[in-house]
Design a protein. Structure first.
Length: 281
């Protein structure tokens, strides 16, 4: 995979909100490629200082959807395809669970899927275009990250008490067979319906969606570690799928492809998995 980007870590209180910055900068003679980002359920805020970047989701062709200057995407439920051009110059803010809500106080379940949102319109404020202008004058990505951190520190809010059990529930979700809504409901003496509503408000997805995604992410991690061919029957057994058709259904849901075509067309190529929090690599 071409080394076209770098991660910049975020520490301190803002590290609870922002997972990291991802920066892409290519030379003028760079050969255009299409990158594919695995689903992550994350929300991203992208600042683009080059030509418009075409994007699509799942098996959609690159077309009308573009990131012009500033755009919000997510929670990312489908594979994101994006074009990297000669002279691409972007910095992307990847949020931790609940991070977008803590910074902007906008219920995440209001956001449409597979859409590039104008943040000024989405948040009912103004200022992102001016922030884009300020960032564009800074030549170094670290300088841009520092300015974004400064802005983030000015707007960060304390986490709502109602969101804390959700975050703890996610951290305790060690396998896809847990039922986090029931466990959290018992711990907090709240109804499972209340827990589900809070998940959608603060995080943008349900606990059922989370458990399905966690299992699929574990499958992708497992496949990427295989040095030779993948034993698909072993994958079905190891991760608790009913049968191979059940596994195929998840691949089509998240990546719009089959397991074998994923290995053939994407694995080891321009396919990226979102970087885990705290991962130094």
């Amino acid at each position: 995979m071409p080394e076209i980007g770098e991660h910049i870590e975020v520490t301190g209180a803002l590290g609870e909100v922002i997972k990291h910055f991802y920066c892409i900068k290519t030379a003028g003679n760079f050969e255009t490629i299409t990158q594919h980002l695995s689903p992550s359920l994350e929300i991203m805020l992208a600042f683009n200082f080059g030509l418009p970047v075409r994007i699509s989701f799942g098996d959609q062709d690159l077309g009308e959807k573009t990131i012009e200057k500033v755009g919000v995407i997510g929670p990312l439920r489908k594979m994101l395809n994006y074009e990297v051009l000669p002279g691409t110059d972007m910095i992307v803010v990847a949020f931790n669970p609940n991070g977008f809500y803590r910074l902007f106080q906008v219920p995440v379940d209001r956001m449409q899927n597979e859409t590039v949102h104008d943040p000024d319109t989405l948040l009912g404020i103004s200022g992102f275009k001016e922030l884009w202008e300020m960032l564009k004058t800074l030549p170094a990505q670290q300088g841009r990250a520092n300015l974004l951190i400064e802005y983030g520190q000015a707007f960060i809010k304390e986490a709502d008490a109602g969101s804390q059990p959700l975050l703890e529930g996610i951290q305790d979700l060690e396998n896809a067979f847990n039922q986090p809504s029931k466990a959290i409901a018992v711990e907090t003496d709240l109804s499972t319906r209340t827990i589900q509503m809070r998940f959608q408000k603060y995080l943008g997805f349900t606990t059922k969606e989370l458990t399905r995604f966690v299992r699929f992410k574990q499958v992708i991690d497992f496949i990427q570690k295989q040095e030779h061919s993948v034993d698909w029957l072993a994958v079905v057994t190891e991760f608790g799928y009913h049968d191979q058709s059940h596994l195929i259904k998840d691949f089509k849901h998240y990546l719009s492809t089959t397991p074998r075509k994923f290995v053939q067309d994407f694995l080891g190529k321009e396919f990226c998995v979102s970087k885990p929090s705290g991962d130094p690599h």
